[in-house]
Design a protein around this ligand. Structure first.
Ligand code: L34
Length: 284
């Protein structure tokens, strides 16, 4: 039987419907959650994702603004802007869209954001809290993937999860969140020996490599749940994941599509984190 497709867009819609109702109530108490996004330069993919964040915010009643900055701004100018937003009580969430121009130190930027406004969950304080199991802003993509697995009642506890990719924004926190859910976690990456023999042991396979269609059914154990985090654009602008969808569909039990899979859930968890920030739930 072909895999059941986990529709991220549909799940995102359901979660956003609930958020909209919650925000109506927050507004009655005089609180309107506000997200500020900083977008630097003119990378078309970043523009598209940020537009998605703006649209989704409006959809649930979160007020948002985008600060568009030139790619030639200095690192100090950016840090000053962030400090200003940290001090603005009207701003609950701050997000600096990545990647940044090469002359700007990404880690410095992340560490300048007030951890209580770090709706991406990238600040080391939030990462540390996540690891020790304290209340924290969780990174949106891994957080969204956990929601996708739970929405289909896919058992995580005791299962062998293999994560391919070790970025700070997806792979590393993904493994950690799954560990917090009592999975047995293996990380694989570009230096892993005999990748296939490891991925073939995975009950749940998370693919965050960044190469179009590279994971075919020969990497997948019969009946595994496969989550495709890749967003690759081919020359005519068409989006594809890291997973060979048609091939893996024949072998997996669950599979996420690209588009309309993990992407819309990333944005949805950003909305959830912004509501949490507005409610002041992560002030330590
Ligand atoms: N600071 N930078 C920061 N936070 C993030 O959480 C991100 N990310 C990643 C890139 N840089 C970031 C995103 O927002 C990737 N990402 C992201 C967000 C949304 C979508 C994809 C990646 C998304 O909505 N994808 C749609 C298709 C959108 C399109 O057509 O361009 C989908 O259905 O997959």
């Amino acid at each position: 039987m072909p895999a059941e497709i986990i529709n991220g867009q549909q799940l995102a819609k359901e979660l956003r419907d609930n958020m909209r109702e919650e925000i109506v109530q927050l507004k009655e108490t005089g609180l309107t959650p506000h997200l500020t996004v900083i977008l630097i330069g003119d990378d078309p993919a970043s523009h598209s994702y940020v537009k998605g964040k703006e649209k989704a915010s409006a959809e649930v009643g979160i007020s948002s603004n985008i600060i568009r900055l030139n790619a030639d701004l200095s690192e100090q100018e950016l840090l000053n802007k962030i400090v200003e937003l940290n001090q603005d009580d009207h701003v609950h969430g701050i997000l600096v869209q990545l990647p940044l121009p090469n002359h700007i130190d990404e880690q410095k930027v992340i560490e300048t954001i007030d951890p209580a406004k770090d709706v991406d969950g990238f600040h080391p304080i939030n990462i540390g809290r996540m690891i020790v199991g304290q209340d924290a802003f969780l990174p949106c993509t891994p957080y969204g993937i956990i929601q996708m697995l739970k929405s289909k009642n896919i058992v995580i506890e005791g299962k062998h999860v293999v994560v391919i990719g070790r970025s700070n924004i997806v792979g590393k926190p993904m493994g950690q969140l799954l560990l917090n859910e009592n999975a047995t976690v293996t990380y694989c990456h570009s230096r892993t020996n005999d990748l296939k023999s490891i991925t073939n042991q995975a009950d749940i396979l998370i693919v965050a490599i960044g190469k179009a269609n590279i994971i075919d059914s020969s990497y997948v154990k019969e009946g595994a749940a496969v989550i495709d985090v890749g967003v690759n654009r081919n020359t005519d602008g068409k989006l594809t994941g890291d997973v060979d969808f048609e091939d893996v569909k024949q072998k997996a039990s669950f599979l996420t599509p690209v588009p309309k899979g993990v992407g819309p859930m990333t944005i949805t968890m950003l909305l959830a984190n912004t509501i949490k920030a507005a409610k002041g739930l992560n002030k330590g």
